[in-house]
Design a protein around this ligand. Structure first.
Ligand SMILES: [Zn+2]
Length: 111
């Protein structure tokens, strides 16, 4: 998850988001949320470029200056991608931290 930590440490104030592939590579997708400091919404056009890729295994997004826990919006959003793992990068006691979540029986669980 070091690429996600590095990206977090660039210190943006808006949430950043994207996909993760089987080989560990990441791609960033534009955040088109109406309040990108508070949430993320991946650009639908860019989603289409990746969504059929069989090597797509996860999503990621950042919580600038916040903890890596799920927001209500995250919870709802993750449920619409039940076959993927979801990673949130935030800070715990000042240390950049990645938390990972999976969907199991319609529930979002911390991995
Ligand atoms: Zn979030």
């Amino acid at each position: 998850m070091q690429p996600l930590i590095d990206l977090y440490l660039e210190g943006h104030t808006v949430e950043r988001c994207g996909f993760i592939f089987r080989d560990g590579s990441i791609v960033e997708i534009d955040n088109v949320h109406s309040e990108p400091e508070r949430g993320f919404r991946m650009d639908p056009k860019q989603i289409l470029e990746h969504v059929d890729n069989p090597d797509l295994v996860g999503t990621w997004h950042t919580h600038p200056g916040g903890d890596p826990n799920l927001s209500q919006e995250d919870y709802a959003g993750f449920l619409s991608w039940p076959h993927l793992e979801h990673h949130i990068v935030g800070e715990l006691r000042g240390t950049p931290t990645v938390e990972s979540f999976v969907i199991d029986n319609g529930l979002v669980l911390k991995k």
